[in-house]
Ligand binder design. Structure first.
Ligand SMILES: [Zn+2]
Length: 213
């Protein structure tokens, strides 16, 4: 198998995603850009607990398998659409975590209510227009709503986080889950209020600098 280092990095994030309970069963998926036009993705319908580096599938930007026995993730179009739009992104994580999915089911975007979210994700978390699972429509809607930020909610579905490494993309999904929980809980106390505009601007400036945007 080629790209052993990237395979290990990706698999390590896969195992952690499953351990954190951000997905149920074999749902969710992760990928990493090996180089331009070449990506490692998790296979569809294979239990994360027993997944090995050899199970990861190498695909090109035409969604053709270059190396591997498994079927590439059913959301591979989503991953390819984001990689096409974001040269700064080298890894993508998609999960169905509870609170993020609850916000996505309510079709609400999460406003910038926590400093760490603005600094790490570049602002709030937009809720993308709907697209059926696995479709080009879902892929394009999510990539568009993601913009230059670090994560996006997929309407009535889940969340996608991006980063320079699989660990960073997973961390974005973890952070969205945390802020989604806080956002929804804050409704009990009269609703979350946005941060002061100057704090949002300063946080976004840090994010852009870190990501070369
Ligand atoms: Zn999904």
């Amino acid at each position: 198998m080629t790209n052993e280092r990237q395979r290990k990095e990706l698999l390590s994030a896969v195992k952690r995603m499953a351990t954190l309970g951000l997905v149920a069963g074999t749902s969710g998926n992760l990928s990493a850009r090996v180089k331009t036009g070449l990506y490692l993705v998790t296979p569809t319908s294979l239990p994360y607990e027993t997944m090995t580096t050899d199970d990861l599938v190498l695909i090109n930007d035409q969604l053709e398998t270059v190396e591997g026995e498994g079927i590439p993730s059913s959301e591979s179009l989503l991953h390819l659409a984001v990689y096409r739009k974001r040269a700064d992104v080298a890894a993508i994580c998609h999960t169905h975590s509870i609170y993020a999915s609850a916000a996505a089911a309510a079709q609400v975007s999460i406003p910038p209510i926590l400093d760490e979210v603005v600094v790490k994700l570049g602002g709030g978390v937009e809720c993308a227009a709907y697209g059926p699972p696995g479709s080009e429509e879902l892929a394009e809607n999510a990539a568009e709503a993601l913009g230059n930020r670090g994560a996006v909610l997929m309407r009535n579905h889940g969340v996608t986080g991006v980063g320079k490494t699989p660990a960073e993309a997973l961390e974005a999904c973890e952070l969205v889950e945390r802020v989604a929980q806080i956002f929804l809980m804050s409704q009990l106390a009269g609703g979350a209020k946005p941060l002061p505009p100057e704090v949002i601007e300063a946080g976004q400036a840090v994010y852009r600098m870190r990501h070369g945007l």
